[in-house]
Structures are given as C-alpha cells and as structure tokens.
Write a protein that binds this ligand. Structure first.
Ligand code: AMP
Length: 372
C-alpha cells in the first residue's frame, strides 16, 4: 500500500488528509486550527508535530502534496518542491500575501517532519495558464503590467480541473470534445470556461477578489471606487483591502456571508437579504452569458462547492431565463436531496446542467502522485 499525505496550510490552520493511492479512500483527515493562539500550536512546525503524532505510522507515505495558492506565470503544473521552487513561491507572496507565506510554512514544516519524502506543490493558478493573452491581459500601460506581473492568473484551478474530468466521465465523452462552464460557488466563488480540457476564461484575476459576488468579497467593482473612497472617506490601502476582501459580498449586503443564512433570512421576508441574493445571482447570469459567448455554446453547465452543490434555489435562479437558448432545469431533479454527481436539466435541454461535487484534496493527491 502507498499513501499520499495532502496538506492545505493556511495562516492559522493546517488541514490534512491521508489518502490511499490505489483506492483513493481517505484513511484519515483532520485540522489543526488556531495556530499561534494561546493554548494551541505555537507555529506551523508545532502544528505539524501534532499532525505527525495523529498519523502514527508514516512509512507508507510516498509523497506529500501541498495546496499552494499562487504559482504566478512560472508554474503551469504541479511541481516537486526544491529550494529553488521554494524561493519562487516565496517571491510570489507579493501577489498572495495572505496565502503563499502560509502555504510555504506548511511545506517547510512537512519537509522537516517527513525527511526524504518528496513534497509536491499543487497550484490553484496552474490550470489557468492556458488562458490566451486577450483573456489574461488587463488593459493598462504595458510597462507597468510587465514590471509588476499584473495580469489575470485565476484560482480554484484544482477544483475546476477535478470537476472537468468528473463531468466528462459522467457524460461518457472525452474531455477533449467538451465545452464546459463550471461554477465553483463556495465561500470563495469563481466561474471557469473550459474548452477541450483547457481553461480559456476564469472570473478571478490577479488575486481571488475579482469576478463573482462571494461570501465576504465584492468581486467585480469599478476600480475608481477605490480612489473615490480614498479621497472622500480617507481610506488607505489596508482599509480598502479589508473592505473589499472581508466586509463586502453577501456579508456586506445582507449581514451574513453564509448562503444558508442569507436564504433563510430572505425566505422570512428580510428585504436586504433578498436584494443581496439578487445581486449574487445577477452576477452569475452575467458570467454565464459571457462564457457561453466565449465558448460559442457549451455541452454542459456545472455547479460545484458548498453553494453550487447544496443550493437548488441558486442553481434555478442562475439558469432561469436561459430557456431562449433551450437550456432548461428539471425542477424535481434540481430539488432532489441527492449528494453525488447528477444531471439537473430536462432531457430536452440543449445544454446538460449538472451538479458535480468537487474534491480538491483528491485532485492534489492525484497530481502529486503523477509528479513523482
Ligand atoms: P465552501 O466554501 O465550498 O465550503 O462553501 C461554503 C458555502 O456553502 C457557504 O456559503 C454555505 O452557506 C454554503 N452552503 C453549505 N451548505 C448549504 C446548503 N445546504 N444550502 C445553501 N448553501 C449551503
């Protein structure tokens, strides 16, 4: 038996899974959180020692796979970590100050905890390195863009890749023949257009702030809002960052960043909740139209992650109004309390609409194994 150990190291937590590489079963999973708080793990090394104790016998672990958020333009695929790779991930912290340092701390702690076991970095951005220049370029002065790496990178790539493969399997067609629009709707949310297995559009940009309305992030906004607030409200870059990343989105509009709570409030007559949900769905429909245009039509529209997998209302509201293109949700299928991969469109629908549960840990495990 061989095993893959998957690590998702954040600034204050380490989530982990031990996966049997042959059966792909999860043998053990857990989370060490509140790292750095009194009475908890002091730092990532300390947290990894606790994980190691929980694991017991680690002799079967052949590779450790790490989620790394930003791979810049440098990483187009999962990569075995070397000192040079560590340096690049560290340098890319400028583009992902909340994520890359924490991911790197996890890599360093695991390297010390599993001496001699290869560590693989699996990047959220890698899947989107297939974007064309017209899709990834922001229309700003070219020298400034070049000097600072300003372009669209895209995120959630591990999930979009996993869901692409799973969708092709479900449709019994090669991925190379398929055009897909995939909505990853969790606390963070993004939509991806996939053509023949290649990401051709992604709603997230330089950072995971652009695009859809999210739990606490604004998504798309006129950039002039920032200079305006700097002038009229005296907000500095830290305050603006906090506003758009942590106090906006569903939370900012409705008072809760959690889709379940927002839906419950709206159903009970809370007008701010209803209005906020309408903005959320309006943006989803905006991107669906745009991505169908970019792809020149699609074979499937796919919903995944917490909201996508569990909120039939959100799915129905997104697709409603696309009947003129022949796209139709089947109400009973959409509302059935199932959990697995499922088709929710009618048999007559011109585009198959599916729910496909994502599994980023399994995708990280697969890519890490394939790397070594
Ligand atoms: P994730 O980041 O993928 O864990 O997704 C988190 C989001 O999924 C939160 O907004 C949750 O409210 C939402 N979610 C989870 N379960 C449900 C549900 N049964 N109905 C609606 N939204 C849900």
């Amino acid at each position: 038996m061989t095993q893959v150990f998957v690590v998702n190291s954040g600034s204050s937590s380490i989530k982990y899974q031990l996966i049997d590489s042959r059966t792909e079963n999860v043998l053990l999973s857990g989370i060490i959180d509140r790292i750095g708080e009194p009475g908890h793990a002091a730092d990532h090394d300390d947290a990894m020692r606790i994980v190691l104790a929980a694991l017991g016998d680690t002799r079967e672990i052949t590779v450790v796979g790490h989620r790394v958020v930003h791979g810049g333009s440098r990483f187009t695929r999962a990569t075995v970590v070397t000192p040079e790779v560590e340096k690049v991930i560290d340098r890319l912290s400028a583009l992902a100050p909340l994520h890359n340092p924490a991911n790197l701390a996890g890599i360093r702690a695991a390297s010390a905890a599993f001496p001699g076991v290869p560590q693989v970095a699996v990047f959220d951005t890698a899947f989107h390195q297939t974007l064309s220049a017209e899709a990834y370029t922001y229309a700003i002065e070219a020298d400034v863009a070049k000097a600072h790496g300003i372009r669209r990178y895209g995120f959630h790539g591990t999930s979009h890749k996993f869901v692409s493969d799973r969708t092709a399997a479900q449709l019994s067609r090669p991925l190379s023949d398929l055009k897909l629009v995939i909505f990853h709707l969790g606390n963070g949310a993004s939509v991806c257009a996939v053509d023949g297995g290649r990401s051709v559009e992604i709603s997230m940009g330089l950072t995971p702030l652009e695009g859809l309305v999210m739990g606490t992030r604004s998504g798309d906004i006129d950039p002039a809002v920032l200079f305006h607030l700097a002038r009229v409200a005296g907000m500095d870059s830290a305050a603006l960052d906090d506003l758009l990343n942590r106090r906006s989105g569903l939370l900012g509009m409705t008072g809760t960043g959690d889709m379940r709570d927002a839906r419950t409030a709206a159903a009970a007559g809370d007008e701010a909740a209803r209005a906020g949900l309408n903005v959320y769905v309006h943006r989803l429909r905006h991107y669906l139209g745009a991505y169908l245009a970019h792809l020149g039509g699609a074979h499937a529209i796919v919903f995944t992650a917490g909201v996508g997998e569990n909120s039939p209302e959100t799915r129905e509201e997104t697709i409603r109004g696309f009947e003129w293109l022949g796209i139709e949700i089947d109400r009973a299928r959409n509302e059935a309390p199932e959990r697995g991969v499922r088709v929710i469109s009618t048999d007559a629908s011109s585009v198959t609409v599916l729910v496909v549960p994502t599994n980023e840990e399994l995708e990280i495990a697969r890519q890490s194994l394939a790397c070594v």
